[in-house]
Design a protein around this ligand. Structure first.
Ligand SMILES: Cc1cc2nc3c(=O)[nH]c(=O)nc-3n(C[C@H](O)[C@H](O)[C@H](O)COP(=O)(O)OP(=O)(O)OC[C@H]3O[C@@H](n4cnc5c(N)ncnc54)[C@H](O)[C@@H]3O)c2cc1C
Ligand code: FES
Ligand code: FES
Length: 1335
């Protein structure tokens, strides 16, 4: 430790204001400092690990030598404040606000409907803003690149991209996409030229222009400070850590000698997550940010020497420049590095991470090290003893001590040589998705030929993802020296590599066969790449590759998404001030974009407020022997440790405890909680609580385990129609099979958050919660504390995404916090970190579907016997209801005359699964579409033919005997066929597939009948309270929660129409249980329907009261009428109520009119798969939806697009992985990938059916919150179609069922070829796999 406790002042600027921090703590990051110290809460915390972009801010730095200012986006959650000396930070608050002026980026994202819940919006705004600061006329690539590190779970990205695209002048285009159209040209796919069809969701013409002269300038004071530094070495002394910034290389080397174990922090993107998530601790940290030698660049004819401190983004720019200056043959290494730098992480991480930090941290899945390692690069290293050169090779990368940096070493620069004439270098990687995802396997490969021959003189192969370090295939390479670059060599190379690179069945990361297949598939790519380059260099000397083989080398391009949205125009006779039916911007859109919208954790900390961190079970099933909190209680700031014993009322129920009581039933169950004066203190203390367990049997993880142990939640449910057994006797064919459907994490961007504020009097409590069910939260807290509900007021201002995950779970978590508040008597804030949220709260139910289908040779299905099991996890939650819904909705759009379906929820030792958008339908109907596809395959018919043949055609009854008219279903299907030009594109797909062996295209069209709502009438009740004040302004409150779905916007539209007032008169504040009691969860797509009716009812009551006054003074103003009413003592406040739709269900009989109405739709998707890697590209999706008359087409189309993209994630990308003991591995965005901006279809068209009616719902509208989710399955079935084409060409039997999600692993392993066959079949006997499927 340094002797002196003296600490320097940390000086930086935030939004043009000087910040002097006298007690800078190295453990505090910029995000925390902005939010908690400076109260700038616009910047959001969502993952805390650099993966989501919610915390994006712009950092500007001034270089006193070059006098240049640079601006770059960063993930504030990984920026230690101590690294900010001399920096200028711009946050979302700094670029514009509603009080002065909003910035054009903020305006366009809001008006372009690029915000729903708004939690990702400030990050999106700052990414685009930073782009524009650097490139006021950006290109489409730059825009996509700038958004690559930002996740949004609500919108489906299309409107966000469009807002960004509005800054691209048409001159910045066009790279002409592959179809020969300009990327900015939206003229194609125009909506039909009907007068009642609109395609404009906002008025682009209204946007204010971007004026770069209006931006904040770099603070001159900071420039002066940097030009005349007072001190050379700066030291910041924190509570536990000292941060030292040396001024010169000599000082740095001296410090490194004095503190050899102190890390050098550069980007902090490796060190930061290690310290935060893995508990790594260093008492001293050295920051070499000011050392100019680490930022130097030198170019010689031998190669490039790059300073170790250059960011990866800078390296990318340098390399991009160099490759244009040198002959291609010299730039092999540079091109390979550039290729991976395009996809490595997101823009924010590339801006932060340094080349040196990347190399030295030697992460096993590093993208650059395998390339640098094969390329004869040299590390220039310095210590106090002098300089040294260390080869960056396989020894270094494997962590060999004799080839490594010594603790006192500093990596100063890296020499990357130019390539020799006969040298070839390639790099390949395959990740779960195209961008912002760590690779599953990556590689750098290099070959050197004897001059003018293809005889191998030197060969190097390095892989990431195949071991705990970067691994080399050295032995294989040595054996291939002297061989010619031909097919014989290729075959031997694959065999040798497989022999050399062993990967045990239990290898961490799983996917063993896939990873090994990738290793050799990449070598095949390399082989072809070299041949191709040889040919390009000497077209006469080398044979050309066939078109088929060339396609192996073609990566999917990153294109900017484009699309068209069409909807029914309002009646031209409708008064202009009546907003119903118009695409009105989200009520909070601008506030989302400026960061002014207040979410739960944005509220200021109250006096004595405590922060809660929970201790969760590490065992799936065990008895709690003891809990020892003594060490935790002794730590600074700790107020108390709360356990089950502290619960004054009910500790949940017997089946679902709040705090574990006597035993734990899953990994991730809350055992106890620590309350402390800061979250950091609470978390440190939580780690010190010692729990002794005694393991119990059985441990049930999978559905199979549950069936074996007869471990179920509730009884079996069954629906049946016709005579199934008899029908099986008279069909042409029967198929039987099963399909597994994985779960899904909600991944709402705002994690579960609650603040419990006990009041001083009468046991009153205020609860501020991010919940879709305020009344349930109130109920849970009341039961837990043993107090009446009338003392508890639950407030929900807005929720940063919920998707079903904040219905029951938020109530339980609020009750956990309430016990802490009760025990300590202090306000308690309980905000889950992303990892805890994913671990504790469960998600969508995994499902196992078994089917037996009897059908005729023409594809007509006569009989189906279906069996579903879902994995409910360790408590009942909504599992029984989910399985009921899966059954009720399983038939989707099809009339199967003889149909039996049975279902059961399984109880396992996994975290309890819960409601999730679609609620069983996305799982159940997926199984149906699986067997539809299988029947088509067996009948040698196109799947769409079989689908259409079996679809409902006329007024009929569903499996639960509810009558409905499928007219609009058929309309959607035909219109989708037409809009997507299905027939011609199906032909084009087939033609493409005939020409292409390694890439295959697939197309699929899926119909949808989605039943909206709940199974009970009382679930539909809703209430509202409308006040008119004497100034004429109106306050609306209702029982629905704003989750991002735009319910408040719609309610204002309703009130505006009913009161015949402009929307500007109407305000909607928070939802709370005091204003509207006994509310129902905002869920099941019915929020706007039922609350709209209640608001309408209240408004109509008020209008009735005003009627006599209006008729007496018809030319009066609203204000005059209101004042007159007041003087006549007429109440200007009214409640509104909607009793609900009459529904019922009789499970004994298996019948009921359970749903008020159906939403119909269809989606057509086209994809291309890479058979060699398993990657796929979403080419195009067309959706047609029957929204009847949309109250707000912008909101409804947003719901459809957002749900579709969430569905696309569910069916093709998002994969939860559990250990055989039920430990969730995928508990963060690093391991669990949700769709990012590059995953959405390149062309994405949505059109709402026009002139349809839904008399049941308000203004003939429909609830569209959930249905779009299932349409994501059209992408899955397009992939299945492409896989089927690949298998057919390879002479393989069709796969009757592919499990969901269709990950790259599944796709690759289904496209069997010589490479998959080379990988020996794994003998799993006696070997414990790393992960197991739980469905
Ligand atoms: C969200 C996210 C996504 C990512 N995605 C990818 C990806 O897709 N592909 C990929 O390859 N990587 C990825 N990474 C990893 C990333 O590339 C590395 O974290 C990064 O390159 C490390 O650089 P840094 O400057 O941040 O290192 P730091 O965290 O600052 O330092 C890391 C280590 O290097 C040492 N060090 C740093 N500089 C020197 C020096 N000059 N001399 C001696 N020692 C030094 C430090 O002592 C420390 O131990 C991702 C990281 C994050 C957070
Ligand atoms: S919160 Fe910083 S990137 Fe997610
Ligand atoms: S609007 Fe993007 S996460 Fe909700």
């Amino acid at each position: 430790m340094p002797q002196s406790k003296e600490t320097d002042e940390l000086v930086f600027f935030v939004n043009g204001k000087k910040v002097i921090e006298k007690n800078a703590d190295p453990e505090v990051n910029l995000l925390f400092y902005l939010r908690k110290t400076l109260q700038l809460t616009g910047t959001k915390d969502s993952c805390g690990g650099g993966n989501c972009g919610a915390c994006t801010v712009m950092i500007s730095r001034y270089d006193p030598i070059s006098k240049k200012i640079s601006h770059f986006s960063v993930a504030a959650c990984l920026v230690p404040i101590c690294s900010l000396y001399g920096a200028a930070i711009t946050t979302v608050e700094g670029i514009g606000n509603t009080k002065t002026r909003i910035h054009p980026v903020q305006e366009r994202i809001a008006k372009g409907h690029g915000t729903q819940c708004g939690f990702c919006t400030p990050g999106m705004v700052m990414s685009i803003y930073t782009l524009l600061r650097n490139h006021p006329q950006p290109s489409t690539e730059q825009l996509m690149e700038s958004l690559s590190g930002n996740l949004c779970r609500c919108t489906g990205y299309r409107p966000i991209v469009e807002s960004g695209k509005s800054f691209i002048s048409s001159s910045s285009c066009c790279q002409m996409n592959e179809k020969g159209r300009c990327c900015l040209n939206q003229k194609e796919n125009k909506p039909e030229n009907k007068s009642n069809v609109c395609a404009k969701l906002y008025e682009k013409e209204e946007f204010q222009p971007l004026d770069p002269t209006q931006e904040l300038i770099f603070p001159p004071e900071l420039m002066r400070m940097l030009e005349n530094p007072q001190k050379k070495i700066l030291t910041f002394q924190g509570e536990r850590i000292t941060w030292i910034i040396p001024g010169t290389l000599r000082e740095l080397l001296e410090l490194k000698t004095e503190y050899p174990n102190a890390p050098l922090v550069m980007g902090n993107t490796a060190l930061g997550p290690d310290m935060k998530f893995k508990g790594v601790f260093y008492p001293i940290i050295i920051s070499p940010a000011k050392i100019s030698e680490l930022l130097a660049i030198s170019k010689t004819k031998e190669g490039l020497t790059l300073g170790a401190g250059l960011s990866l983004a800078q390296v990318k720019t340098i390399l991009a420049d160099v490759v244009t200056q040198l002959p291609e043959e010299k730039t092999q290494m540079y091109r390979a590095l550039l290729k991976h730098l395009q996809t490595l992480a997101g823009q924010q991480i590339r801006n932060m991470a340094s080349l040196g930090g990347h190399i030295v941290s030697r992460q096993p899945i590093s993208d650059l090290n395998p390339i640098l390692g094969v390329g004869k690069c040299i590390l220039n290293v310095a210590s106090k003893e002098g300089t040294q050169q260390i080869p960056l090779n396989d020894h270094f990368l494997s962590g060999a001590t004799n080839a490594s940096l010594k603790p006192e070493h500093v990596l100063v620069s890296i020499f990357i040589p130019v390539s020799e004439k006969w040298e070839f270098v390639s790099a390949f990687r395959q990740a779960p998705c195209q961008q912002n995802a760590l690779a599953v396997v990556n590689t750098g490969m290099r070959v050197l030929f004897k001059e003018d021959t293809t005889t191998i003189v030197d060969l190097n192969i390095l892989y990431g993802g195949l071991g705990s370090t970067t691994v080399s295939a050295n032995k294989s390479c040595r054996q291939l020296i002297g061989r010619c670059w031909d097919e014989g060599m290729l075959n031997d190379a694959c065999r040798l590599v497989l022999e050399e690179i062993a990967l045990p069945q239990s290898a961490p990361g799983g996917m063993v066969a896939y990873r090994r297949t990738l290793a050799i598939s990449f070598f095949f790519k390399f082989y072809l790449d070299v041949l191709q380059q040889l040919r390009m260099r000497d077209p006469c000397g080398y044979p050309g590759l066939s078109k088929t083989l060339i396609s192996v080398l073609e990566d999917f391009p990153l294109a900017i998404p484009q699309g068209m949205q069409s909807f029914e125009c309002v009646d031209p006779q409708q008064p202009p001030h009546d907003p119903v039916g118009r695409p009105i911007m989200h009520q909070s859109g601008i506030k989302h974009a400026t960061g002014e919208a207040v979410f739960c954790d944005d509220m200021p900390v109250l006096a004595e407020e405590l922060f809660l961190a929970v201790v969760t079970s590490t065992r799936p099933h065990a008895r709690i022997i003891s809990i020892d909190a003594s060490e935790a209680l002794a730590l600074p700031g700790v107020a108390d440790v709360i356990t089950a014993q502290d619960v004054p009322g009910n500790n949940g129920s017997e089946e679902e405890r709040l705090y574990a009581q006597d035993e734990v039933i899953c990994v991730g169950q809350i055992v106890c909680a620590v309350a402390a004066d800061s979250y950091a203190h609470a978390k440190q203390a939580a780690k010190k609580v010692k729990i002794v367990y005694q393991d119990l049997e059985p441990v049930i993880v999978t559905i199979q385990d549950a069936i074996q142990h007869k471990s179920f939640i509730g009884p079996e449910k069954k629906l049946e129609q016709g005579n199934v057994e008899e029908a099986f006797q008279c069909v042409d064919q029967i198929i039987e099979g099963e399909v597994h459907f994985g779960g899904q994490e909600h991944f709402y961007m705002e994690t579960q958050s609650v603040r419990v504020v006990p009041k001083k009097e009468d046991k009153e409590i205020d609860i501020y919660v991010s919940s879709q069910d305020a009344a349930f939260t109130q109920d849970m807290v009341a039961c837990t504390l043993g107090i009446p509900k009338n003392r508890i007021n639950c407030h929900v201002k807005r929720v940063g995404g919920a998707f079903g995950g904040k219905a029951s779970k938020s109530g339980l978590l609020a009750a956990v916090a309430a016990v802490a508040a009760h025990k300590t008597g202090c306000p308690v804030r309980f905000v889950l970190e992303r990892g805890d949220d994913m671990l504790i709260t469960g998600g969508r139910h995994p499902l196992l579907g078994k089917y037996k289908i009897g059908f005729m040779n023409n594809g007509k299905i006569k009989a189906a016997d279906i069996d579903y099991h879902i994995n409910g996890g360790c408590t009942p939650d909504d599992s029984e209801l989910v399985i009921e819904y899966a059954l009720l909705k399983m038939e989707n759009a099809y009339k199967i005359p003889n149909l039996r379906v049975r279902g059961r929820a399984c109880k396992t030792n996994l975290p309890s699964n819960t409601a999730f958008r679609g609620f069983g339908f996305p799982q159940g109907a997926f199984v149906t579409e699986t067997w539809m596809t299988a029947v088509a395959s067996k009948c040698h018919l196109p799947p769409e033919t079989v689908r259409e043949l079996n679809m409902y055609k006329t007024i009929d009854k569903t499996i639960h005997k509810q009558e409905f008219d499928p007219k609009n279903l058929i309309k959607c299907w035909h219109k989708c066929m037409e809009n997507s030009s299905y027939s011609s594109r199906r032909k084009a797909v087939e033609e493409f597939n005939q020409q292409s062996f390694w890439k295959k295209r697939g197309i699929s069209i899926i119909p949808m009948k989605f039943s909206v709502g709940y199974p009970k009438t009382f679930y539909y009740q809703a209430a509202a309270l409308v006040h008119i004040y004497t100034d004429g302004s109106v306050l609306v409150a209702h029982g629905g929660v704003e989750l991002g779905q735009g319910i408040n916007t719609k309610m204002i539209q309703v009130a505006s129409r009913e009161l015949q007032l402009p929307m500007s008169y109407i305000h909607l504040g928070e939802m709370n249980t005091m204003t509207v009691p006994n509310t129902i969860a905002t869920a099941a797509s019915t929020g706007a329907d039922v609350n709209g009716k209640a608001v309408q009812n209240a408004c109509q009551t008020l209008m009735k009261r005003l009627e006599p006054i209006v008729s007496q003074n018809p030319n009066g103003t609203w204000e005059e009428w209101v004042n007159e009413a007041f003087t006549q003592s007429i109440s200007l406040s009214a409640t509104g109520y909607f009793r609900g739709y009459e529904v019922h269900m009789d499970w004994e009989k298996g019948e009921g009119d359970i749903y008020p109405y159906f939403v119909f739709g269809a989606a057509c998707s086209e994809v291309e798969i890479d058979c060699l890697t398993g990657a796929h590209k979403n080419i195009r999706t067309d959706i047609v939806m029957d929204a009847s008359f949309s109250i707000n087409p912008a909101v409804d189309i947003g719901q459809i697009e957002g749900a579709f993209v969430q569905g696309l994630g569910l069916y093709t990308l998002e994969e939860l992985k559990y250990s055989p003991e039920g430990v969730l591995y995928t508990h963060g965005p690093k391991q669990y990938k949700i769709p990012s901006v590059t995953d959405i279809p390149e062309e994405f068209h949505v059109s709402l059916l026009t002139t349809t009616q839904n008399p049941k719902a308000i203004y003939s509208s429909k609830g569209l919150g959930e249905s779009g989710m299932f349409l994501g399955s059209s992408v899955f079935f397009a992939i299945a179609d492409a896989v089927a084409a690949a298998r057919k060409e390879r002479g393989l039997a069709p796969l009757l069922a592919m499990n969901s999600p269709a990950t790259p692993e599944q796709i690759r392993m289904a496209c069997v070829d010589q490479f998959t066959e080379l990988v020996p079949q794994i003998d799993s006997e006696g070997c414990k796999p790393w992960s197991i499927p739980v469905a």
